[in-house]
Design a binder for this molecule. Structure first.
Ligand SMILES: N[C@@H](CCC(=O)N[C@@H](CS)C(=O)NCC(=O)O)C(=O)O
Length: 216
């Protein structure tokens, strides 16, 4: 099977987490960010992740792909969500600062979906319109946004560690971890120790690489 992704895409990480957890033999294919046609020709819409199943057919929607991969061996491992509202509220609270901090950084590190100028230019024009700031301005304002994001990171008091539940993951982890994983690219962001432990434990169980070594 093939999974078409961007490395920085949190939805793609949802599908990749399950593939890693279940040790599914999956080829990751990184599409160039501007190559909309490569997405539309497969699923009729401009989005990743896209799974190509063994019969050659394509499947979109990260949570559908996650469920498909989890059920592929007839022994689903993921538990049900119990913190859907908490995760939705927390994600909403972090999104503005997360975008301002993440978007400029994705072009400052070496990512497989930005291997040509066209891909970088496409991302820049689309996303700087979304944050209403140039990437340069947003990056220069990092200290301010980091302070705000640090506060929201303290609002994860309901979080339980995988090690406190027999290393069993749930759809809450699939929905929460990708955002936290992306925040590891933000140099100077201080994760509360329990949140940091959560990130490290889920990364270990799913084999998802973090960005600490290349953080900017
Ligand atoms: N509901 C979709 C959302 C996927 C999505 O929004 N993917 C973004 C990347 S994070 C995308 O492909 N956007 C198109 C683009 O960047 O051109 C899912 O859960 O898979």
């Amino acid at each position: 099977m093939k999974l078409f992704v961007f490395d920085h895409c949190p939805f793609c990480i949802k599908a990749m987490m399950v593939a890693g957890l279940k040790k599914i033999d999956l080829e990751l294919v990184y599409l160039q960010n501007h190559d909309i046609e490569a997405r539309i020709e497969k699923v009729g819409a401009n989005l990743v992740p896209i799974l190509q199943k063994p019969d050659g057919s394509y499947m979109a929607e990260s949570l559908d792909i996650a469920a498909y991969l989890d059920n592929a061996d007839g022994h689903p491992a993921l538990g049900a969500s119990t913190h859907t509202d908490n995760i939705a509220a927390w994600s909403e609270a972090t999104r503005p600062y997360g975008s301002l901090l993440l978007f400029p950084r994705w072009l400052r590190i070496d990512l497989p979906e930005f291997q040509c100028q066209e891909a970088k230019d496409w991302f820049y024009s689309k996303k700087s319109a979304m944050i209403d700031e140039s990437f340069e301005q947003a990056f220069d304002n990092s200290a301010n946004y980091i302070e705000k994001l640090n506060k929201v990171l303290g609002q994860l008091d309901w979080l339980t560690l995988p090690s406190e539940r027999g290393d069993k993951l749930t759809y809450d982890d699939v929905n929460l971890f990708p955002t936290l994983r992306n925040y590891t690219v933000i140099k100077g962001l201080v994760f509360p120790s329990r949140v940091r432990q959560y990130i490290d434990e889920v990364a270990m169980l799913t084999g998802i690489p973090l960005y600490d070594d290349v953080a900017v």
